[in-house]
Design a protein. Structure first.
Length: 435
């Protein structure tokens, strides 16, 4: 049974590469309106799936929907579903042209049957309610591998990798669990760095851990206060073991895209969010939480809240983001096993509004089994830690496997070519190690 769950999680993981390619390559937007042919009226709240679950969205009250796709795409495979019909359509993409899709969704006359309806919203809310029972509710530690790298104006750079221990200090807050994570770095290695202007990012490692919705419920995509604004759809991928539930929410997203102390309410309207929850049927535990976020192009940043401090020479604009968090079962409880997070921002000169940078950040984190045993040396490193950039940890070559481990958000061969454009990575690691 658990193997089936993992297969589903791996299935969604294969979609990561397609999503990130959308972020880095030139893009087009397919726009369409769905019309009910017999009544000639817009078809609202239709559920549209692109290219066999590569992406999905819903139509608005006017029947309108759109997808962001690679620029040279010629055809799209769309599955359009409502309560009364389901259609598979091949759409042809014409640049700057609004497509009109006409379908017939006639009322269905059915024999009387008894149907048990599984409300996906109630399933999600019950899974949120069960978080204190399903996840580690006392403090624990995990050893974890951390990686951060960037794509700046088309070039991969600024690689940081760390062998670390995370202490999840668990408390109960507002009838759920909350974690105050402490970080200890045992060994670190860095490529040559490309310095960026001004200050936009805080502590990258700490921020990545905040993306875990189970332990940061009210700032993440499980926020129960926002559930009423979300639309939920049961996926046909659900089976005897798991619920697979899609969700969409307009004009609201928990994607902080690198902004410290990010409050989603301060950026209402900036982006739309879609995602997928995989929930174990027996325990109602979240096995996987996936989130995709896309900027609303018509959104204007209010109150100058996108300037880069302290110099105010640049403004930042969000493009898109991706998050995947998976959980593993150990001793009757679940713990975070994997966090993959990426986002893209563009930066413009404040005076001329010329684009200076397009930067994509990628974070990869993998944990081993939880433990309650922490060495004295590791315990001291929790107190010494300020940020990953200021870590006093050193590079110990014997603790690392070369060549560099597999990349999980992007195909690694291209990244390594960029990172070693000037010189071998091993030389960079040695030269950038703290003495």
């Amino acid at each position: 049974m658990y193997a089936q769950q993992l297969n589903i999680i791996r299935y969604f993981g294969t979609l990561i590469f397609l999503f990130v390619v959308f972020s880095l390559d030139a893009q087009s937007t397919y726009k369409a309106v769905i019309i009910e042919k017999e009544t000639n009226t817009p078809l609202a709240d239709a559920f549209i799936v692109l290219n066999n679950n590569a992406d999905f969205t819903t139509s608005d009250s006017s029947g309108y929907f759109h997808f962001v796709i690679p620029e040279h795409t010629k055809e799209l495979n769309l599955q359009i579903s409502t309560l009364t019909c389901r259609h598979s359509i091949t759409a042809t993409l014409y640049k700057n042209v609004m497509d009109t899709i006409q379908i017939i969704c006639a009322p269905l006359c059915l024999n009387e049957v008894t149907i048990t309806y599984n409300d996906p919203k109630k399933i999600v809310l019950n899974a949120v309610k069960n978080i204190p029972q399903n996840y580690f509710d006392t403090s624990f530690a995990v050893k974890a591998f951390y990686r951060h790298y960037q794509n700046i104006n088309g070039n991969y750079t600024n690689l940081t990798e760390a062998q670390s221990t995370i202490l999840f200090r668990i408390s109960k807050k507002r009838k759920t669990l909350a974690a105050d994570e402490a970080i200890a770095i045992q060994s670190i290695r860095r490529s040559d760095t490309y310095n960026l202007p001004d200050e936009f990012y805080g502590d990258d490692y700490k921020d990545m851990l905040y993306q875990n919705p189970v332990y940061h419920l009210f700032t993440g995509s499980l926020n129960p206060e926002k559930v009423e604004d979300m639309q939920f759809y049961m996926s046909p991928l659900s089976n005897d073991s798991v619920w697979v539930i899609y969700y969409t929410v307009k004009n609201y997203s928990s994607e902080n895209h690198g902004i410290s102390e990010f409050n989603p309410n301060d950026f209402y309207g900036e982006a739309d969010e879609t995602g997928t929850y995989i929930i174990d049927k027996n325990t109602l535990a979240f096995l996987s939480i996936e989130r995709k976020t896309l900027r609303n192009k018509k959104y204007d940043y209010p109150k100058y809240n996108n300037f880069l401090y302290p110099d105010l020479n640049y403004t930042g604009e969000f493009i898109d983001g991706y998050l995947l968090v998976t959980y593993e079962h150990e001793n009757g409880k679940y713990y975070p096993k994997q966090i993959l997070h990426s986002y893209t921002n563009e930066f413009f000169a404040s005076i001329t509004y010329e684009r200076a940078y397009r930067i994509s950040d990628f974070f990869e984190w993998f944990a081993v089994k939880p433990t309650n045993t922490i060495s004295k040396e590791t315990e001291q490193k929790f107190y010494d830690y300020r940020s990953i950039h200021e870590s006093s940890a050193k590079y110990y070559p014997e603790q690392w496997i070369l060549p560099i481990a597999e990349f999980h958000l992007i195909q690694g061969s291209e990244i390594l070519i960029h990172l070693e454009k000037e010189r071998f990575l091993e030389l960079q690691f040695h030269d950038n190690a703290k003495k």
